[in-house]
Design a protein around this ligand. Structure first.
Ligand SMILES: *[C@@H]1O[C@H](CO)[C@@H](O)[C@H](O)[C@H]1NC(C)=O
Ligand SMILES: [Ca+2]
Ligand SMILES: [Ca+2]
Ligand SMILES: [Ca+2]
Ligand SMILES: [Ca+2]
Length: 265
C-alpha cells in the first residue's frame, strides 16, 4: 500500500521522494550505531593487567544483568591485541594487555586507543576512546657510547663542534631537556632547539688547546630528560688534539739542522 502510494506520488515528486527515503535510511542506520553514546577515558600507559579504567556499565547506563544477557564484548580496531576487557560481574573496563604508548603512537603528541563495546539483541555499538598518557619509562640514549672528535690545537676560542644527539622514546617533558658536560677548562656546551623542538648540542671552545701539554681529553656528556623521576644517559667525548706547527725548532749548536720559523718552513 505504502509502496503504491509512493509510486503514484513519484509521477510528480519522484526525485524529491526518493531522495527523502534515502536520507531516512541513512539516518536510521546512523541512529542505530550511535544512539546510546560514546565513552572516553584517560589512562597512563603501562598500567598493570586488571587495572580498572572505569565502570563502563555505569557510564553507559547499562544494568549488570544486561551485560551477560546481551553478550557484551569489547572489539578492537586492531585484530592482534585486546588491550581491555570487561568484567561481567562489576561492569568494569579493565586493562588486559600491556598498553605501551611508545609502540602504539611513537612520537605523536596524542595517543588514542579505539575500542568498541558490542551488545546483541538488538545489536548496539558504543565507541570507547582511551587516551593514553605518556609516563617517563625511557632514558635518553646516545647512539654511541664514545664520541670521537679531532680538534686542531690552532682552533680559536669560540669554535663549535656539533655532537650527536641523544634519543628518548618518550614525548614532551619526558624527552631530552638538556645536556650537561663534565666540568673542564677548555669546553662548555651549547644547546640549540630547532623548530621541531629537537635539541642539538655542540661543544664550544672557551680556552685554546695545546697539544704539547695535552694530546687528548675525555669528557663525560650527560643527556637529561624532564620526567619524574628524572632519567639520564651518558656518552664519553674523546677529543684528540691535532698538532699545529706552533713551536719554532730549537737549534742546538753543531746539530746542523735548519733553522726556520714555523710558518715559513
Ligand atoms: C571481576 O571483578 C570481581 C570483583 O572485583 C573479581 O572478584 C573478579 O575476579 C573479576 N573477574 C574477572 C574475570 O576479572
Ligand atoms: Ca612505555
Ligand atoms: Ca613513555
Ligand atoms: Ca624519558
Ligand atoms: Ca704543536
Amino acid at each position: 500500500m505504502h509502496l503504491r502510494h509512493e509510486i503514484w506520488l513519484t509521477l510528480e515528486f519522484g526525485f524529491f521522494i526518493l531522495a527523502m527515503n534515502c536520507y531516512c535510511v541513512v539516518f536510521l542506520l546512523v541512529a542505530l550505531h550511535f544512539a546510546h553514546g560514546d565513552v572516553s577515558y584517560t589512562i597512563a600507559e603501562e598500567m598493570k593487567s586488571g587495572f580498572v579504567i572505569g565502570n563502563i556499565a555505569k557510564d553507559l547506563g547499562l544494568g549488570i544483568a544486561t551485560l551477560s544477557s546481551r553478550k557484551v564484548r569489547i572489539d578492537t580496531d586492531r585484530d592482534d591485541k585486546r588491550y581491555c576487557d570487561i568484567n561481567l560481574s562489576t561492569g568494569d573496563l579493565t586493562v588486559s594487555y600491556r598498553i605501551d604508548r611508545e609502540s602504539l603512537c611513537g612520537k605523536k603528541a596524542n595517543c588514542l586507543l579505539k575500542e568498541e563495546l558490542v551488545l546483541e539483541n538488538p545489536l548496539e555499538l558504543h565507541r570507547i576512546s582511551i587516551h593514553v598518557q605518556d609516563i617517563n619509562d625511557n632514558a635518553p640514549e646516545f647512539s654511541e657510547d664514545l664520541i670521537s672528535i679531532e680538534i686542531t690545537e690552532s682552533a680559536d676560542k669560540g669554535a663549535r663542534f656539533l655532537l650527536t644527539e641523544a634519543r628518548d622514546a618518550d614525548i614532551g617533558t619526558n624527552a631530552v631537556q638538556r645536556y650537561n658536560l663534565q666540568n673542564n677548562e677548555h669546553f662548555t656546551i651549547n644547546v640549540n632547539t630547532d623548530v621541531s623542538g629537537r635539541k642539538h648540542s655542540e661543544l664550544v671552545l672557551v680556552k685554546e688547546l695545546d697539544r704539547e701539554k695535552e694530546k687528548e681529553l675525555e669528557l663525560v656528556l650527560t643527556a637529561v630528560d624532564g620526567g619524574s623521576p628524572q632519567r639520564s644517559g651518558t656518552a664519553i667525548i674523546h677529543i684528540t688534539v691535532l698538532d699545529a706547527n706552533d713551536n719554532a725548532p730549537v737549534s742546538r749548536a753543531g746539530s746542523g739542522s735548519a733553522i726556520c720559523s714555523k710558518t715559513s718552513c
